[in-house]
Design a protein around this ligand. Structure first.
Ligand SMILES: C[S@@+](CC[C@H](N)C(=O)[O-])C[C@H]1O[C@@H](n2cnc3c(N)ncnc32)[C@H](O)[C@@H]1O
Length: 259
């Protein structure tokens, strides 16, 4: 378990500064973009789809509003953005700093639009942006959601502050992230899979050995759910809450920007 006060942000192996870590994270996702979806679904045994769908269901009261503006931060290939857009009538913007991930997101959205019978074609656009310096005016969004992206920020506190800036007063933040499962036989089995098997399959399919070694390493360095909740409170969020899913493999944190 990391020392919560020592965890400032992600640091892929061999990186010292935040700028170095940010460049490395961006390069890594640029490199694995072509195989990202395949590996995501394969390595999570399709649970990733269920988790995103569950997030969309929980956020339905916001997503159902046609006047709501939603940001999917660190959107990658756009799966959460599409789930959020499909769930309701809100307009969704996906932002990520790895261009090839966004190209995939755009391709997927075009296919979804072409295959959609609904009169309301999914209202979603993607743009390239760094989560720590967003190109949006303060108070823009009713909801900022992020799935498996927040852990990759090089400064978590700065990330939470930037999200708070772009949220409207009473706007909601939702962070879906991997967590370390509890110390019991099932947790140990999961850890063995996550640390020993997953990096090998990931390296084989993606051709990038580092990316899928980075994944379990970054999760074990990341906050325990309670620690992230207390950082969110200290940054000024209210109504901070979290729930843990799938035997402790992931956690969804939610919070509100006070008015
Ligand atoms: C594990 S992927 C998650 C993608 C997607 N949200 C999903 O659910 O599959 C993490 C994403 O975060 C993006 N990312 C990491 N740090 C970022 C930053 N500072 N600004 C924008 N995107 C960032 C990466 O480029 C990558 O696409």
């Amino acid at each position: 378990m990391p020392d919560a006060t020592a965890v400032k942000g992600t640091r892929p192996e061999g990186t010292q500064s935040g700028a170095d870590a940010s460049r490395k994270v961006r390069e890594m996702f640029t490199q694995i973009a072509p195989r990202y979806d395949l590996l995501n679904h394969l390595l999570s045994l399709q649970f990733d789809r269920l988790w995103r769908a569950r997030v969309a269901r929980l956020l339905l009261p916001i997503l159902a509003r046609s006047d709501a503006l939603v940001l999917d931060l660190c959107c990658g290939t756009g799966d959460l953005a599409l789930s959020l857009a499909r769930a309701g009538k809100a307009r969704v913007i996906g932002a990520d700093f790895a261009h090839p991930m966004l190209m995939r997101a755009n391709e997927k959205t075009s296919v979804a639009r072409a295959n959609s019978n609904s009169a309301q074609k999914h209202s979603v656009v993607f743009l390239e942006a760094d989560a720590l310096c967003l190109p949006f005016a303060g108070g823009s969004f009713d909801l900022v959601a992020t799935a498996f992206g927040f852990r990759n920020l090089v400064n978590y506190e700065a990330g939470l502050r930037e999200i708070r800036r772009v949220l409207k007063p009473r706007g909601t933040l939702a962070i879906l992230e991997f967590t370390e499962p509890p110390d019991n036989p099932l947790g140990s089995a999961y850890r063995w899979y996550f640390r020993k098997i997953l990096p090998r399959i990931g390296a084989f399919v993606s051709g990038d050995r580092n990316a899928y070694t980075y994944l379990p390493a970054s999760v074990s360095r990341f906050f325990a759910p309670r620690e992230l909740a207390s950082l969110m409170k200290s940054v000024g969020y209210s109504e901070v809450d979290f729930c843990i899913w799938t035997l402790g493999a992931v956690a969804l944190h939610t919070a509100v920007r006070p008015s």
